[in-house]
Design a protein around this ligand. Structure first.
Ligand SMILES: C[S@@+](CC[C@H](N)C(=O)[O-])C[C@H]1O[C@@H](n2cnc3c(N)ncnc32)[C@H](O)[C@@H]1O
Length: 223
């Protein structure tokens, strides 16, 4: 049995999905059918925008989490980078994959110090502290010096519009065959999508067939 389906990870995930539902309900209701992507796009000032959303999870779904776990296991990831950790839901799936796969390091990034603090607490409750290092601040700064070695998998789930600049920072560290998974690669992400979809840039890419409308895109660094 893998660690996703047993305590403590399974219990922490159940608690967090419940907390997320309660914390984000009002936000999603206020959108009256519009996707959260639209809301996040409204402001080019991502620091200000995410400050106002410091209490919101904005998390991936359980299905997407399972998908991340499977990807990380399948590529035998040892080093993973996450842009946008929030309260740690996606980080729990990724760190669990590292643990079950024999070890490794997830470098998370989070703009909001209070969110990073809660993510660390949640990861600790899931017994995953030793697999995760969360860098607090703007990922454009905190990832600048690299992540200590070759990267096997990247999850892009931070400010929409920064996917391409963050990928450009990480690209020199991607191992051949690395997976790059973008959540909400939509709208302001046109430049990102154009980049990964241009075979001249060395990626093979596909839009994921589930959670349609979220703009989830998976690419392999094929250089
Ligand atoms: C969509 S949420 C991430 C959800 C998370 N991946 C999960 O599934 O639980 C986006 C997060 O990215 C953070 N963020 C936005 N821009 C950032 C930046 N430039 N650097 C680091 N974090 C950023 C926000 O504060 C927010 O918590």
């Amino acid at each position: 049995m893998d660690s996703l389906t047993t305590a403590p990870v399974a219990d922490v995930l159940t608690r967090l999905f419940n907390e997320a539902e309660a914390a984000d309900r009002q936000l999603y209701e206020s959108l009256s059918g519009e996707s959260v992507t639209r809301l996040l796009e409204e402001s080019k000032d991502y620091k200000k925008r995410y400050k106002t959303l410091a209490g919101n999870f904005l998390n991936i779904s359980e299905e997407f989490g399972q998908f991340l776990y499977i990807c990380a296991r399948a590529c035998q990831a040892r080093r993973i980078v996450e842009f946008g950790t929030s309260f740690g839901i996606s980080a729990i799936y990724l760190a669990t994959a590292l643990k079950d796969g024999g070890g490794g390091r997830l470098v998370g990034t989070e703009l909001e110090p209070t969110k990073a603090q809660r993510a660390r607490k949640n990861l600790a409750a899931a017994g995953l502290t030793e697999f995760v290092d969360i860098r607090v601040g703007d990922a454009l700064e905190t990832l600048r010096g690299g992540v200590g070695g070759a990267v096997d998998l990247v999850l892009l789930d931070g400010a929409i519009g920064l996917d391409l600049p963050v990928l450009e920072l990480l690209e020199p560290h991607l191992r051949p065959g690395a997976l790059v998974i973008a959540e909400n690669a939509i709208g302001e992400s046109t430049e990102y999508l154009n980049y990964v979809r241009d075979p001249g840039n060395g990626y093979r890419t596909v839009s994921l067939p589930f959670e349609k409308g979220h703009g989830n895109e998976m690419s392999v660094f094929a250089r």
